[in-house]
Design a protein around this ligand. Sequence first.
Ligand SMILES: C[S@@+](CC[C@H](N)C(=O)[O-])C[C@H]1O[C@@H](n2cnc3c(N)ncnc32)[C@H](O)[C@@H]1O
Length: 963
Amino acid sequence: MEDLLKALRNIGLSLPDPEQLLQLSDPDTEVQDNLARHLSLTPAKDDLVPDEQDSGIDGAETTTQEDEDESALDPLMDADLFKGAVQALLENYNKSIDKERDFLRKEQDALAAPKKLKPVPLKALLARQAAEIKKRQEEVYTAGHDPESGRKRRRLYLPRQTFDGVGSYASDTPIDHLKRVDADELEAPKRFKGRYILCKVASSLNLYVSCTFIGVLPSGNAIPISIAHFTSNLHLSGAQLDAHLPVGTVIAIREPYISLNHFAKGGPCQGGKSVPGVRADTPTDVHILDRCSEQDKKILEEVSWKVDVAQDDDQHFSDVKSLLCNSPTAANSRGCRWLQDGPLARIVVSSSSEHLEQLLGTLSAEEKTGLGRRTHSLIQSFLSENRPGAAHRELCAARILGIPLSNKPDSATAEGLELEGQVLYKKCDFAASRLAFEAALSAYPRSQRTSAQDRILETLNTVRSAQKASALGPTHENVWAYYFDSQSYATPRFDIQDWFGPVAIENIPGAGRGLVLTRDVEEGELLLCCKAAASSYAAETGSRGVFLLRYSVESGVTSTTTQVLAATKSIQAMIDRPDELTLPIMGLTAGPGMEYSKWVAAEYPAPPHRDYTDEQTPASQIDALVQACSSQLDLSSARQDEWRRVILNGSMRPSIDSSYVDGVLRFNAFGPAANPGGKSTSTTTDKLQQDSELTRSTMVHPLPAILNHACLPNVSSVFFGDIVTTRALHPLKKGTEIMHQYVKGEQPWLIRRSQLSKHGFKCNCGICQLDERDGEEKVRERGQIVGGSLSMLQERSRIVLKSSTSTDQSQEKQEDDRRDLAESLEEMVGKVQATYDASRPGLRPDLMKIYQLKALHESAYDVDAAVASELKALESIGCTVSKGGEGRILNELPSLHFDGGITSMLTLAKWSVKQDKMDEARRWVEQAFYTHQCTIGGGLDIFWDRWLDAFPDLPYRDWLPRC
Ligand SMILES: C[S@@+](CC[C@H](N)C(=O)[O-])C[C@H]1O[C@@H](n2cnc3c(N)ncnc32)[C@H](O)[C@@H]1O
């Protein structure tokens, strides 16, 4: 990838845009030919930030026509030449991709006959590592700057290519059950079952997608090591990255896999060049050893190192006492390395109560105060690193050890409680967060209370409202906020815990688990509101401008940035909060090709019932918490047990197989999808930020992932940022399985079937049964009519509509054109109708658009006919008109095409107004709003935001209530 980009830059051409990146290795020669043509005709634009004196408005696009002309190629002279050159570059790129892929496959075959690993001198490996780091830095610099002038580019653009598949390893065995292996036994390719490798980090770290460094084994032999899913922040500076694992850090890799090419998965493409080393496919295989734990200490004391690496001693510590006296103030610093818990939490896990007391006895009061201050700052740093689990454990450990989190004796308890409120808020434990904040407010001395209130009250109100929504389910007002915020922010994430309505998880014959109603429910009733356990947005600061392509060798599927990073985020979230998140994520299935994880057999966790009251928390509860947090060390109290449980549960990190996580994401995650929320968000003119496969979001919502699929759903699931709400589409009986769409049920049957094929089940929902009865041949014929002739008529319609706005054409001619078109559409209706089995009921969704277009043209000369067609459009999506002249005008909501249905309803309202049938118009508007409320919810403002532009003249205000 890098060579290709460099070469394109060198010949003055633009780099492939995100969509073109996806075409780079498309095997279709026509695609390749088109791509080469496009690239060769697109000269590099001046994308540099203008000098200050000629800068436009705040970094806005200022490319002028002159700029464009200046950089344009001579169309006659250059086109063929450039195309030839680009074709050659694309061929080279694909050759190196093929080599890499073949190499991965060959490595699989070579597992049967591993060969002894030839030692490479440490110096040589270090030199290569330094060169690789330099190369990476240059690439990043060039992606953001013009290397010659040093001027900044308007935006960073950094595509990266990696590979996946052909084996993935994760160890389930604890280190004390494993035996150490050293260089004399190393072979490749080979997985060392029952063994672990011990090494010291000997070089700086290099980040591509995986992270790579050189390790030195006790024997003195050196070996490159790559760790996958190391970080989701691909913009870490060299120093920030090195701080995760500084030179001299000792790590153990459980049951290591020695690969013929350790870069194979997350490194840059080596074009098949062999670079043997350790390939750690999952972070949970890597364990950092230091003297906080007795078990690690024993290993460290038993091993001697033949070669010393030149480490910075300030980065390391010799014993626990010295660490306590000079503990870290931030994550990834001395005593708290990459994904490691804070030192206090680790000490509590590995020490007995007596040992703890003894340890603390050696600290002076001053040392304890300093330790408390630094721990406070470390906890805040965990929060900013999105590691609330580690933050909570460190806080609990400080409590257990009686370490005050402030050096002000009169407010130490209150400050600790305030911090606890923040930590629990980040963990989305709103009830406990609220109690901690309220306790903090009551514990601050009178003199500090006002400033504490200024600081705390706003967050406390947010916490209370999140607690309420999590206990009672979100109101329309909450949904309104989710909707608008998800349109306004690039990475919208909301405060809510999963809320479960009248549903239960049950086993469904032939479909694994599913969600079933525990009572009868109303149309439009909210059934679920769930937050993603992990989410990745393209606009995330850690990946902005980086465009990842990960090619899976077996499936041929290419995953993009947010999909790759959603896996990293999921893995790291499970490491941070193993007891809360492992079962919900790893308990999902990962597609028909992947054996179930051991968690799938466990009972899937449904959210607990939560209470909420607006009343003040009873003073006794607040006092008890303040008391527990202010009392001196009492190792036997119930709170102590609870704090200890938090630490112990969080310290048990299960092995997370990253390929399973990828499977979970592939078969359960939602995305990549545009930032959801209903209305298109692509209002930006920035090409790279527009909706595209590479610029969206991927997230895993564990509970909604238990919902099975039906093309004809009985619920509507809507996404707002990182939450999804699910509502009943019809009145449903207790015991009904609720099912939503994995693929659009509005598409032709054969397309749905092909899109669902990766799941390995045959959908047998209502509409699939009807389509099956129509027969494949008829369905295909219908697809051809709708896909071909309708598109042509749509184009004709566009021209007719355009000319009807011009004054050149007589009224008569315009009307004739529209009649002609309506007649053609009527003919098409006949043809499509003929593809349906005669006994098929009214649900014929392929007709909706045809009837709507017909109605549009009929409305120019015969409104009654137009109304009849529009009603048929509604009938085709499952709606029937009620007989009475009062109340609801439709008996049912649409079964498919919800927005299409609302369009028809509002169109009918518009025509009713035209015909002066105001009562009917009002009923159509009410029906449209009701349909909106039942499918999306959130009230009038969302309804207006979505529909007002298209139907501006209806008197909504007179007819519709605000909720
Ligand atoms: C997102 S999961 C749904 C939860 C899943 N049933 C479970 O037990 O974890 C998707 C998987 O559920 C199964 N599934 C979903 N809808 C189904 C259906 N209509 N019929 C049969 N199996 C279905 C398929 O195995 C599919 O790959």
